[in-house]
Ligand binder design. Structure first.
Ligand SMILES: [Zn+2]
Length: 241
């Protein structure tokens, strides 16, 4: 009987202790330190193919960002993280550390957008939507991957302190890479059209007003060409200046 009581007591002490060690403090949760990569893994994928190169480039850029972030070099850290996010957009921890850099600058609204993006991707990961990326994400992460529920609760509480309601936040809008040349092309077309219909004619008219054909003057209002003896425009009737 005594043995059973001791076992039960021991178990409850263990549960209490374990429970305490699993609950992460807010300071630890919102820090760069918990995102260090399991770097060795980058070298073990495939041979010298593009995937391996990309993963190594990602790991290097991400880690560089983390060390800059730890030294409070926020702008440099973010530059690296944004680069890493472009290389591997599915790696959701990058969104979290980008949010941290904005928070360091007290830009809580933008930080909230990246936290939201982190949560969206984390949720997709736990739902198994990333398939082949999923196991890669696990192997790259040295620590534990957050559970969606606890991360959501902590971020929601954290943002509330800055008066931000997580429900109303949208993830940042980023233009997919393949759209950039298309948008650039459309922009050039718009410039060309504006030039063809408005800028070029107006320049032509101004030139014509200044340098009319010999023996003529050009009405600045309607651009009609009038013979020199005419004192009024033959088109609009306005007097010659
Ligand atoms: Zn006229």
């Amino acid at each position: 009987m005594r043995l059973i009581v001791s076992i039960i007591t021991l178990c409850s002490i263990c549960t209490a202790l374990c429970g305490k060690s699993f609950a992460i403090s807010e300071d630890k949760f919102f820090s760069y330190k918990r995102f260090f990569l399991n770097q060795d893994i980058a070298g073990t994928f495939l041979d010298d193919g593009k995937v391996k190169k990309d993963l190594n480039r990602f790991a290097l850029t991400f880690m560089r960002g983390l060390s800059e972030g730890s030294f409070e070099r926020t702008i440099e850290a973010r530059r690296n993280f944004l680069k890493a996010r472009k290389i591997w957009p599915e790696y959701f921890n990058t969104d979290f550390v980008i949010a941290l850099t904005y928070e360091d600058e007290e830009k809580y609204k933008i930080a909230a957008q990246y936290y939201k993006s982190y949560l969206n991707k984390l949720e997709a990961f736990h739902k198994g939507e990333y398939r082949m990326y999923g196991s890669l994400i696990v192997s790259f992460t040295s620590g534990k991957i957050d559970s969606y529920e606890s991360a959501h609760a902590l971020i929601k509480k954290h943002l509330a302190k800055f008066g931000i309601d997580l429900k109303k936040v949208n993830a940042p809008f980023t233009i997919p890479d393949f759209l950039v040349p298309i948008i650039g092309f459309l922009f050039l077309i718009v410039i060309y059209v504006i030039n063809w219909f408005w800028i070029a004619p107006s320049l032509r008219n101004r030139r014509l007003i200044k340098n009319p054909p010999e023996g003529f003057w050009v009405c600045p209002h309607c651009i009609a060409i009038n013979p020199n003896p005419a004192l009024e425009c033959t088109e609009c009737g306005r007097k010659r200046k």
